[in-house]
Design a protein around this ligand. Structure first.
Ligand code: 5AD
Ligand code: SF4
Length: 477
């Protein structure tokens, strides 16, 4: 499997399958919850909402599924191998359940709708299946299972944003946190299951977002990442009751400013941007605020206009390149990362070469790269033949991966010899003698511990050298 680039925050491989742990806030039932998450950052953020709902209902959490009363797996459907991993994991839970027949096993998230019948009835792997918009119903669904029934709620909602639920920050470093600002997606990219698994796009009330950011800051956090499938189409229109004055609509640029105003000491990041929707207004807002990080994840998917049209991305090669030019013009020091799919239906060698050439044009700091995998129910599955042979998809992927490695190194080398403002996240994975943290552009920086600085503080680091993924340096005053 060649799926590289999973080291930044949207698909952080190091966190896949991570479990969460905390104590109940309500009256304890003595029951233990184990929850494991796969897929995108939105899923990890959702697990924090699920944990919050159940902790309020008397559960405590555990990191060991063998001692849990309720075992949940928050699933991802984006590519076939993501689904396969979940299925394997469910088989492992099956043997734990055989030893502990009272154990409830549940599937949450993106696989729920599509595979509910299979999981519940055919394979009898699980007791409860819950879709991403039905988490408030979990206590009730668990009751149903306690009463001997199987329980399902996969209804998608046009309104649910969980705005009032305070996610519990689990396994967090206490310094950076994610804030979900919208749910669902209306874009219908032809390869993508998200519009089917997560439903229609809806934006969360900006007041609840700013309140969450403020509370995080007050609790010592120094970085928030605003999450949505397409943050640039964030739009909140307040519901106005009769006789009340109408309030202005809030767009993404304005939301960024509202969150940035919480404190100049708190960094603001966001993901994911869509090339068709990212406006100059957003770019100027990033440039205007020192604490809005100069880093944009702008998935290109393909560098060829015909393939982009088949993908229903609603922009072409020229439009994408113009947006890149705008970023470079308005935010000259901005890092840019991307997502790329190789071997989409009917993609030719010449068209693939255009993906390589757009990579040369942008020289991305970072990329997530995938071979196309057909997803049932998507527009592409219905309309187009998945006709690029597997070995060709993989070979094209290798070419893309190799090129990206060159570009990542090129970008990191450009940082060598310069001073970077780094938010210290903690000790480096390799050694307690080193701190690690990120610069504005989201690159990981490692440097020797200086006791005068603590995690959660900013420091200036002179970068002296780099590896293929990390900057190495020392604190300077
Ligand atoms: N096959 C391969 N990659 C996909 N992605 C989404 N759907 C598919 C698919 N069917 C990739 C896209 C998207 C990222 C989150 O996952 O590049 O931006
Ligand atoms: Fe999927 Fe496209 Fe929406 Fe991203 S923008 S979630 S790729 S449909």
């Amino acid at each position: 499997m060649i799926e590289l680039g999973h080291t930044t925050k949207t698909h952080d491989e190091s966190r896949q399958g991570e479990a969460l742990e905390l104590l109940p806030t309500g009256k304890s039932t003595g029951r233990k919850l184990y929850i494991e998450s796969y897929g995108c950052q939105m899923n990890f953020s959702d697990s924090e909402i699920v944990a919050s709902i159940l902790v309020d209902n008397g559960f405590e959490t555990t990191k060991d599924y063998k001692e849990a009363d309720v075992v949940f797996i928050n699933t991802c459907s984006i590519r076939e191998n993501a689904e396969q991993r979940v299925r394997n994991r469910l088989k492992e839970f099956e043997s734990a359940k055989a030893k502990n027949p009272g154990m409830i096993v549940g599937v949450l998230g993106c696989m729920a709708e599509r595979l509910k019948a299979k999981f519940l009835e055919e394979e009898k792997l699980v007791d409860v299946v819950v879709g991403p918009d039905a988490y408030r119903d979990l206590p009730n669904l668990i009751d149903q299972v306690d009463d001997g029934a199987k329980a399902v709620n996969v209804l998608l909602s046009r309104e649910e944003t969980y705005a009032d639920i305070n996610p519990v920050r689990l396994n967090s470093n206490g310094i950076s946190a994610f804030i979900s600002i919208m749910r669902g997606c209306d874009n219908m990219c032809s390869f993508c299951v998200v519009p089917f698994t997560r439903g229609r796009e809806r934006s969360r009330d900006p007041h609840s977002i700013v309140k969450e950011a403020q509370e995080l800051f007050d609790a010592g956090y120094r970085e928030v990442t605003l999450l949505g499938q397409n943050v640039d189409s964030y739009k909140y229109s307040p519901i106005v009751k009769e006789g009340e004055e109408s309030l202005p609509v809030v767009n993404f640029a304005q939301l960024l400013a509202l969150v940035a105003e919480v404190s100049p000491e708190m960094r603001v990041r966001f993901s994911t941007s869509h090339p068709k929707d990212i406006t100059d207004e957003v770019l100027h807002m990033i440039a205007n605020y020192e604490n809005i990080c100069k880093y944009i994840h702008l998935p290109v998917q393909s560098g060829n206009s015909r393939v982009l049209e088949l993908m229903n991305r609603t922009y072409d090669r020229e439009w994408y390149m113009e947006r890149i030019d705008a970023i470079r013009r308005i935010i000259p020091d901005c890092a840019i990362s991307t997502d790329i799919i190789t071997g989409f239906c009917s993609e030719t060698e010449e068209e693939h070469a255009e993906t390589l050439s757009i990579m040369d044009y942008v020289k991305y700091d970072f990329a997530y790269m995938f071979a196309y995998s057909e997803r049932p129910g998507t527009l592409a599955a219905k309309r187009y033949e998945d006709d690029v042979p597997e070995d060709v998809k993989k070979r094209r992927l290798t070419e893309v991966v190799n090129k990206q490695q060159e570009h990542s190194l090129y970008r990191l080398q450009d940082y060598v010899g310069k001073i970077h403002k780094v938010l210290i996240e903690g000790y480096s994975k390799r050694s307690d003698a080193d701190y690690c943290g990120r610069n504005d552009q989201n690159s990981m920086v490692v440097f020797p511990v200086d006791e005068r600085f603590k995690p959660g503080e900013y420091t200036n680091v002179l970068v002296e050298r780099c590896t293929s993924a990390t900057l190495i340096g020392r604190i300077v005053h």
